[in-house]
Design a protein around this ligand. Sequence first.
Ligand SMILES: O=C(O)CCC(=O)C(=O)O
Ligand SMILES: [Fe+2]
Length: 217
Amino acid sequence: MNYDLFDELANTPAQLEEIEPGVVLLRGAANHLATDIHQQLDAILNISPFRHMFTPGGRRMAVATSSCGPYGWISDKNGYRYHSADPLTEQPWPAMPANWARLASESALHAGFPDFLPDSCLINRYQTDTQLSLHQDKNERDFKHPIVSVSLGLSAQFLLGGMRREDASRKIPLMHGDVLVWGNQSRLRFHGISRIQCGYHPLFGDCRINLTFRRAN
Ligand SMILES: O=C(O)CCC(=O)C(=O)O
Ligand SMILES: [Fe+2]
């Protein structure tokens, strides 16, 4: 198995696009791992299955989630936060596969963040018509660490907003295998996902899977 993607990509700078200061898109950077990730995801979901969490205000979230790694992101009536156990199983979250962590660290490095070691991977599942409204990722302890987001399966339009909810947002098409990194002055930008269009992906079927790697603690 070859996980040395950046040895391969080192001579293809066209793969790297700075969308805004601190926002870097690495087109197709996860492509070569997709089959492995698909299998590993199955094993993770056998331990901690997808579920629809509830917002602190009591609304069921449209995106189904799970996590792996030392910390998982959770939401319930007590708020949004990271927790070391899966509330569904009351067991630790499944381990983060080493090749996932490595993909995240190497993507961050390529995007200009050399010290990123994720301790949490939030796994999002979007089915047809699911969207994710504009929000900031701000439950992490230290915003010097970026967010590394891997898109798999169906395509999506990523909404990249500004520092205030009311700021205009631009649409960035994210395809299977794309990795988006945001940090520094863009770390707290509002962002979201437009309604997912109906479709079928040969590996991931009728859904979009997004892995967001974070340094929670
Ligand atoms: O699905 C995506 O690309 C973004 C997910 C996201 O913003 C989040 O999980 O906080
Ligand atoms: Fe987010």
